[in-house]
Design a protein around this ligand. Sequence first.
Ligand code: THG
Length: 629
Amino acid sequence: MVPSYFLIMVAYCSSKVDIFDYLNAQLKKRILILDGAMGTMIQKHRFTEEDYRGERFKDFEAPDGLKGNNDLLTLTQPAAILDIHEKYLASGSDIIETNTFSGTTIAMVDYKMVHLVHELNYESAKLCRQAADKYTAMNPLKPRFVAGAVGPTNRTGSISPNVEDAGFRNTSFDELRIAYKEQIAALIEGGCDIIMIETIFDTLNAKAAVYAFDEFQDEYMEKGGKRIPLMISGTIVDQSGRTLSGQTGEAFYTSLRHSKPFSIGLNCALGAQQMKPFLRRLAEIAECWVSVYPNAGLPNAMGGYDDTPEDMARDVLDFAKDGMVNFAGGCCGSCPPHIKAIAEAMKGSEAVLRPYPTKPERPMMWLSGLEPLVVDKTRFAFLNVGERCNIAGSRKFARLIKKGMYGEAMDVARKQVEDGAMVIDLNVDDGMIDGMAAMSRFLKIAMTEPDVSKVPFMIDSSKFDIIEEGLKWVQGKCIVNSISLKVGHDEFVRQAKIVRRHGAAVVIMAFDENGQAATYEEKCRICKRSYDLLVSDEIRFPPEDIIFDPNILTIATGMAEHNNYGADFIKACKTIKEQCPHCKISGGVSNLSFGFRGVNKVREAIHSVFLYHAIQNGMDMGIVNAGML
Ligand code: THG
């Protein structure tokens, strides 16, 4: 009998099967082998300043010289780079990575080589392609692939490089996004099969990279291009199990899962042994394949790496025995003998294949700050969103923001988390202040305060520009509050697509071109209309990330037509839940009792009764005064 994967291989080689089918079929049979370090191999050549420059850059003026610009060697020492790629292929790598770790306009600034970014990526992809194709031709039953390496850059979106000012940044989401997109385009143009966003120590950078990838992929497909597998690999910096920007591995994955990666994994920073607990947790939750390429141990006193090929192979096999990996390779300190040893070990009978994860019975909404938060009725009955970081909702917060007292404004956020808020709503809408500036400043500072940023943010504004600005400063998975059909069909679609591309969940107000839904019928009608549009092919919004707000309006105002507002909301919860599978329901609870301002006892009582019934009817979350609940 001819095994089916054999047929797939033959079909692949005659280009009838796409790369996803081929890799998926292989990954069901075996662990695929990545390559090892580029830097370690380059070091062995002991290239001088002159070698780095070659003929072409002999007289190039760079402030600190060109030695150390490893990406440049693609142009000046192509034979050496080609030889490194081939050595890894000879050692058994299925996938080799381009020599483009620093190939962005951002990282090339230091060498004054921003103008060379396209060429560096394009030529590196071609060189890698040449090596891979040579090995594929030698054995067409083992096709080799090229992954375009997209590094983290030398700047971070979530961390201030200035100890004096937590709100300072030396880059921005858009700058990162544009730089990544340029790199990705050149890598694909040069012939890469896969894009690998790697060594992520700040998830905000990676969010900009996956945003860029998604934009590129859409444009590429419009021009007739294929779907490209995306591999993502993060870096845990120490035994705390966190990225440099403070996220746990689970929060890191949560922030990026909207990009639907082909694989997620860990590389660099730690040796295999130290990585194990974090890799295990990632492998447990990841809904895709898992990769790992550790350093050859922790760096020694000389900055070198001591793990032998046997050490690494043993440790990686240890992961494989526990069924934690689908792709394995090496990072800093690993060389072709390490990869050969890993490849041999993975072939052994001891490796247990990690199966492709099965889909959960029903999709769940995952959010993240520094830590993950899965919103589901089986975990907790009600999600509290703290309402106090709102200029219109707290006189104190308004005063602090208007005076620029952001440190004290952080205390307002921190207090809510202490009081049980699981998400922080942030609204700085006010005619008297620059909302864009206040939104970004608050979030940039909040990102550096772990007591605040451990929870996810709800970015609240009536101006979509301000919402978009907010999304560009948060590494976690946020909720957008809110969008609605008030702006008309076309603008609603535009906004929803942007929110989806950022990976945020979204609050949809029961509002349309004709105004706010006050009655039960109107609430249900507008939510259903919004839902159908959001989950349609035009937008493809994940239904579990849609949160309807059917408008909690103020009761007992003295006007008879307001008396039924509470009951209408409660009744609508049930119908909307039935009509819109997997959606959530939220509302601004304190609105209900505006008529009793200042009489907190009465307000609390009204809220309690209201929530009791609304939660029973399916309300999942609410914007509340966390301290009062
Ligand atoms: N739906 C959605 N978002 C919302 C609302 C909503 N965002 C804003 C608002 N409504 C929810 N937030 C608040 C915040 C505070 C109050 C009410 C709603 C509040 N504040 C006290 C007051 O006005 O009496 C202020 C007291 C003080 O200054 O300390 O009641 O419905 N999607």
